[in-house]
Design a protein around this ligand. Structure first.
Ligand code: ATP
Ligand code: MG
Length: 175
């Protein structure tokens, strides 16, 4: 398979800003080429993000916020675990189906780091995915086994962030 169609496993991790943005940037490129993309968000954040608003009017960009109730605010770990596992089941299905050239698993590292889904299970799904499918995993503290299995890993390092000066999230920049 040539480089033009081969899929890779990408990990964007680290404590600096840009992980989700980088994944969305790659999605943007693929969409420009009319390649289908799906973005699965494992952590429910703000409802009206720029990417969500764009997905509502951009055919070809599918954006799914999985694990309703899977926020970090609640306190029942069993509820979180169940939602996370259901979200992963959906993700695994979408990866295996091969309908999308890029599958973004946004904040999957949190699901792994909380032990809701095992790394082995994720790695097995990655190894079995269709050859043309690129999977992008984002989130802080990517497990080393995932980093080892990946083809492309970039660690965003926080050098400066306006949040440290008390600047709140900016529309169009942060969400
Ligand atoms: P983005 O979605 O902006 O690419 P990210 O995916 O790298 O960010 P997350 O851990 O998902 O980072 O956090 C998302 C939000 O937290 C964004 O609003 C972002 O600006 C903010 N953020 C990211 N990195 C930092 C940091 N080092 N200090 C403070 N806030 C941060
Ligand atoms: Mg993010």
């Amino acid at each position: 398979m040539t480089g033009a169609t081969r899929g890779i496993l990408v990990v964007y991790t680290g404590d600096g800003k840009g992980k989700t943005t980088a994944a969305l940037g790659m999605a943007f490129r693929a969409l420009g080429r009319r390649l289908p993309v799906v973005v699965l968000q494992f952590v429910k954040g703000r409802w009206k993000t720029g990417e969500r608003l764009l997905a509502e009017r951009l055919p070809g960009l599918e954006l799914l916020t999985l694990g309703e109730g899977f926020t970090w605010k609640g306190d029942d770990p069993e509820v979180h675990a169940r939602a996370a596992r259901a979200a992963w089941a959906r993700a695994r299905e979408l990866v295996a189906a091969g309908r999308h050239r890029i599958v973004v698993l946004d904040e999957l590292t949190h699901v792994l780091n909380h032990g809701y889904v095992s790394c082995d299970e994720v790695l097995a799904a990655m190894a079995a995915r269709p050859v043309e499918t690129t999977v992008v995993v984002t989130g802080r503290d990517a497990p080393s086994s995932l980093v080892d299995a990946a083809d492309l890993v970039t660690e965003m390092r926080a050098v400066k962030h306006p949040f440290a000066r008390g600047v709140r999230a900016i529309a169009g920049v942060d969400f």
